[in-house]
Each structure stands twice: as C-alpha cells, then as structure tokens.
Design a protein around this ligand. Structure first.
Ligand SMILES: Nc1ncnc2c1ncn2[C@@H]1O[C@H](COP(=O)(O)OP(=O)(O)O)[C@@H](O)[C@H]1O
Ligand SMILES: [Mg+2]
Length: 346
C-alpha cells in the first residue's frame, strides 16, 4: 500500500489546467486519505470554474490510477465560493448557455481587433460551431459595418433577437445608438450597457462567444471580467514596439483577473506584393514572437497586411467568407482552428 507521502509526490506530477505548475505547489491539494484499498484526494480550488474542477478530477484520478492500479481512487474537488470581485461587485454568471466566452482585446486601437474578431467568428462558424459575436466596443462599434448589417435587431416583446450573418449571431451597441452620435460614457453606464447586451439578448445555446473589446484596459474590460467567467483572451498586436508594449499590458491585465491568455495574434505582420509575389516586412516583423516567448504566451498566428482584408471589412464581406482558399483567409482559418483546440483542451 502506498504511503500518503508517495501519493503527494505522485500528485506533484499533475499540472494545473492551463499551467505548467503542478497542483501541489499551487496549494490546492488539502488532504490525502488512504483507507484500505481506497485513496481519496481532497482538493480545494481557488477557481469558481466547474470546468477546471472537472479537468483536475479527471487528471488526478487518471494519474493515480495509472500508478496504483490495485487501488480505488477518488478525487473530491470543491470550488471556491464566489467572492466579491474588485470594486465590491459580485461576479455574476451571465451567458450560462454559452460554452466558451473569449475576449478579443488589444492595448491600442486600430491594430485590427475588430477585423480579427469578425474573421475568427466567421471561420469558427464555418468549422460548424455555433458562434456569437458581441461588439463590446462602446466607443467605436464597427462589427455591424464589417459584417454588412444594415437592419436593426428585432424585439420579441421580451428580448432582442441577435442578427445572423455568415452563420454568426451578432449584437452591437452600434445597433442601439445613432452612429453619428459619439458616445461618451463612463463607468456605470458602460457597465449597464454591456450587461444588457448579455442579458437582454436572446443568444440561445452557443459554442463560443467572441467579445470585440474596446482598446485598453478600462471599464469594459473590468465589467466583462466581473460579469462573466471568461474562458480566455486573445490579444491582437501589430509588430511595432509601441503596439507591442500595450499588448503586454493587456496580457498582464487579463492574467491579474485570472483569465487565461489563449495567445497573441500578430496582425499586419508582413505584406505580400501582388506584383512580384515577394514578402515585405514593413514593420519590424518577429517582435511579437520574441515578446510572446518572454512573457510565456503563445503566438497564435501572423496575419498579413493585405488590401483584401481591408476591403472585406469596408464592404461587409469578411475575407474568410469570400476567398476561402487565399492565403489571407487561410491565415485566419488556422488561428480559428488553434483557438478551438485550445478551448477544448483547457
Ligand atoms: N491585416 C490587415 N490588412 C489590411 N488592413 C487591415 C488589416 N487588419 C485591419 N485592417 C484595417 O485597419 C483598420 C483598423 O482595423 P480595426 O479592425 O477596425 O482595428 P481595431 O478594432 O483594433 O480598432 C480597418 O480599416 C481595417 O480594415
Ligand atoms: Mg474595433
């Protein structure tokens, strides 16, 4: 029969989901009880996410079974009770019928966040996923334009029905405010507006919802991390140092609120000349990859600087929906595939 210490040592070989650190050094293993042929491991997670609990239970039981196959193994995993989040607001669990909730964020505006969000959403829908896209950029909602939506969402007497385009359900504050009327909102209003886009919209069951975030680390980011349990964040950056420095700040902010970073996308990474076919690195290509290594984040992909990507955005026909086999569309499809895989493995 193994000793308690032997079991603890074996548990040091089980890593915490999404991290390289093991569950023992993470301090979540509270006790190991060996009783006859039974081993019970008591685990108290600091997370409130039942998916993490499920994964830890599975990993612990499989690993211990492998090492002690004549014993019965049970991992008893409990989640932390909801604690008031920063600012004293209780974390709410909005969007319960959405399996994965992912923020697409950046430190700076104009780096192509919305372009990436739209093309990823359409690419994921083409993979057969049920996808929602919530335009959370209160100050510059651009999703309706980029998906060529001109109609207003309908109201069924109780909730707003999201507009469906290219297989993606979308909702934007742009639908609700006059586009010529600059929105200067602060704090509580941003919070309320964003929460309404989650609670007062009939999203239905979804596999994944992407949030197109405003730039920076302001009220919308805080609201979102307090209102929903985000499953991950994707950071978009261009290769220049200034954008990159802001992207790193974005990564740090999400880490602080325990949102896993799925990775970073280098947008406008390089330019392929339509005439000579040559690859031109207009900005300092490679910077994002270096920075990713330094901060321990994955590089999810490199999207070229390409006229068709811009035109697709302006015309409301995203490049992934229109030119499936072209390199710029393939670049988005590959990122989408990586993101789905990461979500499923988390
Ligand atoms: N890879 C790209 N190639 C060419 N143009 C791009 C690319 N990514 C974004 N753009 C263009 O750059 C502008 C800003 O992109 P946008 O997605 O609105 O940025 P953000 O949401 O970060 O402010 C848009 O006109 C868009 O069409
Ligand atoms: Mg945008």
């Amino acid at each position: 029969m193994p000793s308690k210490q032997e079991i603890v040592d074996q548990l040091k070989e089980v890593s915490y989901p999404g991290f390289t650190r093991d569950i023992v050094s993470f301090g979540v293993v509270s006790d190991v009880v060996i009783d006859g042929n039974n081993i019970a491991v008591i685990i108290n997670l600091k997370s409130q996410d039942p998916k993490i609990a499920e994964q830890v239970k599975k990993d612990v039981e499989a690993h211990l079974k492998d090492k002690n196959n004549d014993m019965t193994i049970e991992a008893k995993v409990s989640l932390q009770q909801a604690a008031p989040a920063a600012g004293g607001v209780q974390q709410m669990s909005l969007l319960k019928d959405v399996k994965y909730k992912v923020a697409v964020a950046s430190g700076k505006g104009g780096v192509g966040k919305s372009t990436v969000a739209v093309n990823l959403a359409v690419a994921m829908a083409k993979q057969g996923l049920k996808v929602g896209l919530l335009d959370a950029d209160i100050y510059g909602p651009s999703i309706p334009l980029m998906l060529g939506v001109t109609e207003q969402p309908k109201f069924d007497g109780e909730k707003l029905i999201p507009i469906e385009k290219f297989g993606v359900k979308l909702m934007s504050l742009g639908f609700l405010v006059d586009s010529n009327d600059p929105v200067i909102w602060r704090g509580a209003l941003v919070t309320r507006a964003l929460q309404q886009l989650m609670t007062d919209v009939k999203w239905g069951d979804l596999d994944v919802m992407l949030f197109d975030m405003p730039p920076g680390t302001g009220d919308a980011q805080l609201t979102l991390s307090q209102s929903v349990a985000l499953d991950g964040a994707i950071i978009v950056s261009t290769p220049q140092d200034v954008a990159l420095a802001d992207a790193v700040k974005g990564v740090q902010m999400f880490r602080k609120v325990n949102v896993p970073i799925l990775g970073v996308i280098e947008n406008m990474s390089y330019f392929v000349c339509a005439h000579c076919g040559g690859r031109h690195e207009i900005f300092d290509h490679g910077g994002v990859e270096r920075e990713c290594k330094r901060i321990g984040a994955d590089l999810l992909g490199e999207i070229p600087l390409d006229a068709e990507i811009r035109i697709g955005g302006d015309k409301g026909i995203p490049v992934v929906s229109d030119s499936e086999n072209k390199p710029q569309a393939i670049a988005f499809q590959e990122v989408a595939k990586k993101v789905s895989e990461k979500l499923n493995n988390n």
